[in-house]
Design a protein around this ligand. Structure first.
Ligand SMILES: Cc1cc2nc3c(=O)[nH]c(=O)nc-3n(C[C@H](O)[C@H](O)[C@H](O)COP(=O)(O)OP(=O)(O)OC[C@H]3O[C@@H](n4cnc5c(N)ncnc54)[C@H](O)[C@@H]3O)c2cc1C
Length: 392
């Protein structure tokens, strides 16, 4: 068995784990990233794509935003479509000039891996963490299985950045962990297509047949979603059916069709809201999807994960380099205040845009949508939350 010593063992090379590794490297804190999947796999995994204003600035400030600033698509507004009419929410007018940037999560992951490898920071792909031990002692141990056999990492702190099905939150005893969860009665079928975007801005559509979202990743690649039953399978959705349904749900009189093209990737994702409290157990700190899930309607998941990491990196550096434990003691409470705001916003967007079988619920949804397009105050709340809820 191989044995390694470090200051912080980071479980997971998603956006959260990689940004934490980067910030710790910059501060001179030794760390190891352990990732179950291969480098190729995490660099190709298509997921989020909307990055908040403050998060973009923060990434640039810490030397991780150069390509993001160059290649990311800056958006000043989004469209809301309902009752076959489109309404523009002028994000930057309403949110003090703030914008959002469209940049694929996998591109940010590639940038962070490249920065890490350029510094020679230890990164173990294809290493599945199987156990976290002695989390309440002074020297926790992380056990992993890799291509060459078992690895044992002794450290001062463990950062659980291993997503919603990882080992970190499972290592917190049930007597300590409180898990708050809501499952929604719909899922999203998402596609990535080689098709030039039909519009310049994202379109959130509530149609009586279901939800649809039009977004893009670059001037030649579109990312589109359909709200579907949670029990749906990809086999039931051949390409023609997907495009037909997208055209039905997104059509307006002035733009009846979306640009179609070969579908490069497709998946069905269940809609869930989850919050795990507390986000700390002894020397284990959990961050990102490991601690909380939001339905993607508010585009908050990756932003929240990166927001946690900003708080966590500062806390770990203060503890390890200066022996100051105050930020670490406050870590869970500091993050959870922001996490619950993001849960509220994501729940609001989700409930407003997915038609229901319940007529009362549909009436409430219409009232909310009409309020957003008729009231500057309501649109301002949406725009500020959408552009910069994390306020980094
Ligand atoms: C379809 C979809 C659309 C989305 N759209 C948006 C959006 O528009 N905007 C937004 O902000 N968010 C969005 N999200 C959410 C966003 O993708 C996640 O919130 C984000 O990936 C969280 O980052 P993370 O680093 O916490 O977790 P992850 O990205 O899940 O990374 C966790 C890593 O840990 C690894 N791992 C797991 N278990 C182990 C183990 N035992 N040992 C070692 N490694 C392990 C995993 O392989 C993974 O690489 C979307 C998500 C989905 C699914």
């Amino acid at each position: 068995m191989e044995e390694v010593r470090t200051q912080v063992a980071i479980v997971g090379a998603g956006p959260a784990g990689l940004l934490l590794g980067h910030l710790l490297e910059r501060a001179g804190v030794a760390n190891v990233v352990l990732e179950h999947r291969s480098r190729e796999y995490v660099e190709q995994r298509v997921r989020a794509g909307v990055i908040e204003y403050g998060v973009v600035n923060f990434l640039e400030e810490v030397g991780a935003g150069e390509r993001l600033r160059r290649e990311g698509l800056t958006h000043h507004g989004v469209e809301l479509r309902f009752d076959h009419t489109t309404h523009r929410v002028a994000l930057s007018d309403l949110a003090d000039g703030k914008t959002i940037t469209v940049y694929g999560q996998q591109e940010l992951v590639k940038d962070l891996i490249a920065l890490r490898l350029a510094l020679g920071a230890p990164t173990r792909f294809e290493h599945e963490v199987v156990a976290l031990e002695d989390l309440t002692g002074t020297t926790p141990v992380v056990r992993a299985k890799g291509p060459e056999g078992e690895l044992r990492v002794e450290c001062e702190f463990v950062a659980g950045c291993d997503g919603s099905f990882g080992v970190a939150t499972r290592s917190i005893p049930g007597s300590t962990l409180r898990r708050h969860e809501r499952t929604y009665p719909f899922a999203w079928l998402g596609i990535l297509a080689e098709a030039a975007p039909t519009t310049e801005e994202l379109i959130y559509a509530r149609h009586e047949r279901g939800f649809a979202l039009y977004s893009m990743r670059s001037p030649t690649v579109s990312r589109l979603y359909l709200g579907v039953e949670p029990s749906e399978t990809l086999e039931a959705w051949p390409d023609d059916r997907i495009w037909e349904e997208l055209n039905l749900r997104l059509a307006t009189e002035s733009s009846p069709n979306v640009n179609e093209g070969p579908i490069m990737e497709r998946s069905i994702t269940a809609m869930r809201s989850v919050v795990c409290e507390p986000m700390r157990y002894g020397r284990l700190l959990v961050a990102g999807d490991a601690a909380h899930i939001v339905p993607p309607t508010g585009a908050k998941g990756m932003n929240l994960a990166l927001g946690d990491i900003r708080v966590l990196a500062r806390a770990l550096v203060a503890q390890i380099r200066e022996g100051d434990n105050r930020l670490l003691e406050a870590y869970s409470a500091t993050c959870l205040e922001r996490v619950w705001r993001a849960e509220e916003f994501s729940n609001y967007m989700t409930q407003m845009l997915h038609p229901s079988n319940d007529d009362f619920e549909n009436g409430v949804q219409h009232a909310r949508l009409r309020q957003v397009v008729a009231s500057r105050e309501a649109a301002t709340v949406l725009a500020r939350n959408y552009c910069d809820l994390n306020g980094l």
